[in-house]
Design a protein around this ligand. Structure first.
Ligand code: LLP
Length: 413
């Protein structure tokens, strides 16, 4: 489905006119298509067919309870990186038995909470972490299932900040040392050493590096099996990219999973994956209103009411997000910087962007903002965080209220 499309020059999300949402919910606000989130999840799930698998949606991409509930009801598992994310999953009705816990810095408290909840597996990233999980499992009188996250030393060909599978990065254990680590881990009596995990980066537009990582992990699994380890699952992380620019073409979910399946089939393994962005990015926009137009000597600016505190991706990664008017007009095109009210030159949503001429009062949609949008927002400049809206067919509802000034100071003494 096209989650966002023009009808008679008005932009719709499913059956809902976005101009109506902006008028009633105010701006800035995030709007998500429930249908699109569901469709993307199903594309993963169905492509696996009858190969044993769990699609663990990566909560960090968009952790709103309504999004998690929708996915939990569709049968998703979840990839978490903190106690807070576990709390969200449980609050939304997610099944802890389908949760994988990733991250280099799990605290004792977080590990203990995850043991109490009975999560599926800890993706451990170091030997001291294995030892801590073992000790805490012993204290609780339980066995903890673990996978070692290996670092395959592969260039993921993506932005440096979101590339994770190289030995210069903090993530995982060098795949070359993995067998020795597994051997030493045998001494931990409260661990069920049943998996191997790997995640090489995010926004991957080329699936080749992931497939290279998959091959290395599968070779490792065969070596571990020959040494008597009962490896039952392989987790290949997330990372599939999405098209942010009109000309870009992202790898299709079904084709990506089919390529993965071909490699894994027949090995008696359950496959886990942890997609985030590819499920929610294209399902969301950020609506913002034009406040002012202004020109300086060198530049033409569109000043809008959303800012870097609402969507930090352009400022942080130089990321491109397409920006389109909610109502199309016959005006010309202009080359502008789209900027927010925050007091930093880094506060831009687009730079030197050719786009339709817009006027104060017009509403714009910042596209593909469903992933790493709201979750990375802040109260910088004491700006209340935006509302979040879920559209389902012809209906829409607020799934997170816009923050008030009281919300901003809550907890301060
Ligand atoms: N699994 C692990 C272990 C991860 O570190 C990540 C993302 C994922 C799964 C999900 O990856 P995805 O399918 O969403 O690519 N804030 C950045 C992205 C950071 C990604 C961090 N890890 C951005 O806005 O581009």
């Amino acid at each position: 489905m096209d989650a966002f499309a023009y009808r008679e020059r008005a932009l719709y999300c499913e059956e809902v006119a976005l101009a109506d949402v902006a008028a009633r919910a105010g701006t800035p606000c995030y709007v998500y298509s429930a249908g699109k989130v569901f469709e993307n999840f199903r594309a993963y799930d169905q492509a696996f067919g009858d190969l044993p698998h769990t699609v663990c949606y990566s909560v960090k991409a968009n952790g709103n309870l309504a999004v998690l509930k929708l996915l939990a009801e569709a049968g998703a598992g979840f990839d978490i990186v903190s106690g807070g994310e576990l709390y969200r999953v449980r609050t939304a009705g997610g099944d802890p038995a389908k949760v994988v816990f990733s991250g280099v810095g799990k605290t004792a408290q977080e590990i203990d909470e995850a043991l109490a909840a009975g999560i599926f597996v800890f993706n451990c990233e170091s030997e001291p972490e294995l030892a801590l999980v073992d000790a805490l499992a012993h204290r609780r009188g339980v066995k903890a299932r673990v996978a070692l996250r290996v670092n395959p030393d592969i260039d993921a060909l993506t932005h440096a900040y979101i590339s994770t599978g190289n030995l210069a990065h903090k993530f995982g254990v060098d795949i070359g040392e993995a067998e020795a680590v597994y051997e030493r881990a045998r001494s931990h009596e409260n661990l069920l050493i049943e998996g191997v995990s790997c995640h090489i980066g995010s926004q991957l537009m080329d699936s080749q590096p992931v497939m290279a990582a998959v091959d290395r992990v599968l070779e490792l699994i065969e070596r571990l099996k020959s040494k008597g380890f009962e490896i039952r699952h392989a987790d290949f992380g997330g990372g599939l990219g999405v098209a942010y620019k009109p000309a870009e073409v992202a790898p299709a979910i079904a084709m990506f999973i089919t390529a993965l399946k071909t490699r894994v089939e027949g090995r008696g393994l359950r496959v886990m994956i942890e997609p985030g962005r590819s499920i929610v990015a294209g399902a969301g926009v950020l609506l913002t209103r034009v406040l002012y137009r202004k020109k300086t000597g060198a530049k033409d600016f569109v000043v809008v009411d959303a800012a870097m505190n609402d969507l930090i991706r352009p400022a942080l990664y130089g990321a491109y997000h397409e920006i389109v008017p909610v109502r199309q007009t016959d005006g010309g095109r202009v080359r502008v910087d789209v900027v927010g009210p925050v007091c930093e030159t880094g506060d831009f949503l687009a730079r030197d962007r050719e786009m339709p001429d817009v006027l104060p009062g017009d509403t714009l949609a910042i596209c593909a903002a469903g992933a790493y949008g709201f979750v990375q927002s802040s109260n910088y400049n004491s700006r209340p965080r935006a509302a979040e809206i879920m559209v389902e067919g012809g209906a829409w509802r607020v799934i997170r209220r816009r923050e008030s000034y009281d919300d901003i100071v809550r907890g301060e003494l």
